[in-house]
Design a protein around this ligand. Structure first.
Ligand SMILES: NC(=O)c1ccc[n+]([C@@H]2O[C@H](COP(=O)([O-])OP(=O)(O)OC[C@H]3O[C@@H](n4cnc5c(N)ncnc54)[C@H](OP(=O)(O)O)[C@@H]3O)[C@@H](O)[C@H]2O)c1
Length: 217
């Protein structure tokens, strides 16, 4: 099975590359032209280009069985208040190009890292969480993940969106789990657990066409 990872140079993408290459996957990575070389350590093949351009994404999707999208709108620092350094519509523009490429190459399976608060989960965030999102630059990510999820829902592909609330860099030996009623929204999901979840749901037909809210213990 061949997996193509978009955003393979990011914190979650690196975890997916590392983990997938240790399993039965043949892993390809799609990164920006200037991304550092370390992705080549785990990826059998590295594609470089503008991921919002279907002319760049379509060839990279040839012969691929499944796609993982781990892109994020970058800020100047990890502070939620830091100015954006990526376009505010990066993830949705990339998703549109990836969906077009997948259709052209007849690739059906895509797992997309979204965020809790996107789409219909916005209404499940209490007032203090909504105030935080609206007052910080996280609002750009939530708005754009909402656009991406709508594109996936209209795509006709076998898509799954994963919606963690907050991520951190703790090690993990287990995947994240689906959020349950009563779970604290302050529970952080380790990126290493998110990566395990991505690989687990890839083969889970029950997750097709669903946006899964994620939590961790
Ligand atoms: N942080 C949280 O607590 C949290 C909570 C819930 C959901 N999420 C979501 O989780 C996802 C992954 O987060 P993360 O922290 O693992 O991401 P990250 O480390 O910030 O990685 C972002 C990825 O997107 C790429 N990227 C950014 N701007 C780009 C551009 N203009 N063109 C091409 N590629 C670009 C980066 O490439 P370069 O390496 O080349 O910059 C990198 O591969 C994000 O979508 C985020 O919204 C995060």
């Amino acid at each position: 099975m061949r997996l193509l990872v978009f955003g393979a140079s990011g914190a979650t993408g690196k975890e997916v590359l590392r983990l997938a290459s240790a399993q039965v996957w043949s892993v390809h990575a799609f990164v920006r032209a200037n991304a550092d070389q370390h992705v080549a350590e785990f990826a059998e093949r590295v594609h470089r280009g503008d991921l919002t351009d279907p002319a760049a994404t379509t060839p990279a999707l040839a012969g691929v069985d499944a796609v993982a999208v781990c892109l994020g709108i970058s800020r100047r620092s990890r502070s939620p208040f830091a100015p954006l350094v990526s376009p505010a519509d990066l993830t949705s523009r990339a998703t549109a190009a990836i969906v077009a490429g997948m259709r052209a190459q007849r690739v059906r399976r895509i797992v997309y890292v979204s965020a809790f608060g996107a789409g219909d989960s916005w209404g499940e965030i209490p007032w203090w969480g909504r105030a935080f999102v609206a007052g910080s630059r996280v609002r750009f990510s939530i708005a754009d993940h909402t656009r991406s999820e709508a594109l996936l829902a209209a795509s006709g592909l076998d898509w799954t969106a994963l919606r963690p609330m907050m991520l951190d860099d703790r090690p993990a030996t287990q995947p994240a789990r689906e959020m349950r009623p009563g779970d604290s929204l302050l529970n952080k999901v380790p990126r290493a657990a998110l990566a395990r979840t991505i690989l687990r749901v890839l083969a889970d037909r029950g997750s097709y066409g669903r946006a899964l809210p994620l939590s961790a213990d």
